[in-house]
Design a protein around this ligand. Sequence first.
Ligand code: SAM
Ligand code: SF4
Length: 327
Amino acid sequence: MAEELVDGFGRVHRDLRISVTDRCNFRCTYCMPAEGLEWVPRDDLLTFEEIARVARIMVERYGVNGIRLTGGEPTVRANLPVLVRLLADLGTDLAMTTNGVSLPLLAGELHEAGLRRVNVSCDSLRPDRFAELTRRDGLARVLHGIDAALEAGFDPVKVNCVVMRGVNDDEVADFVDFGRNKGLEVRFIEFMPLDADGIWTNDLVVEVDEILALVNQASPVEPVERTSAPATRYRFADGVGSVGIVASVSDSFCSTCDRVRITADGQFRNCLFAVTETDVRALLRSGAGDDEIAAALEESVASKWAGHQINRVHFVRPHRSMSQIGG
Ligand code: SAM
Ligand code: SF4
């Protein structure tokens, strides 16, 4: 049995993203349709025990050392702190990506259960625009959620901002100021072709160089040495804070990717853009032992491609949207 989840290009995978639900209380235009999108039936969702079992196999056999909860909106899954406690027992770096609206209520409980890092998605600091983008009037609550996360002791708290041309690219400087004032890192993310409505076009993507220029205009930055994390990080030259840019489209981070995913309905994915999946739920529910499950995970990772092909003729969009995969 291999000690590592390694693919044919020598990339060792140690970062697991777990989607705990495909449901969401927002409907961001770049992610979900205004209406529709059938939810996964409850019985098809992995139970907390099933999630914890797969995570344990990955941590104990393959040295997975980072777990991030995502969705859909992870905080709409009932009793989330119970799952956090199970995963915290595995001793990994435990994080969550959330839209933030439930943090005023849940931040303390989640932190107490063992969650340590949180990314809050926020794409506009203007209430009207925020409501247009998320199709919910929720900016005040999200900002309150960010404060609640900071107060609860999450470290770091980061803000994810998907930058879209002509939509919110005039707010990069505002986000820079916001992050520096609050003492948190903003991560600007290129818009990826994973929206449910198929509104993505290359013209809407604001590429890393342009985002970096806007950041520099707001306050000069210098690069921080790159790690396997998808964000390229920069520190502000005056020593006050840092920002990240995730160049997922223009300068794909595939060559250093160490990430695998499990969807809310138990499908293991070796890439965000994968078009095939491994049915781990079926294995779990057919009485498979740990060795059998581990072998399926190894086989999936071994077959991983070099990288996504966005903007090439042979690019095929995955059949699931971001909210169904788990961003
Ligand atoms: N609901 C949670 C949230 O919004 O943070 C977690 C799930 S969401 C799918 C995870 C991340 O994916 C968010 O930061 C969101 O902004 C990002 N995202 C969603 N659709 C995207 C797209 N088409 N391109 C780039 N990022 C996207
Ligand atoms: Fe929901 Fe997050 Fe997708 Fe927005 S980005 S619709 S909050 S899953």
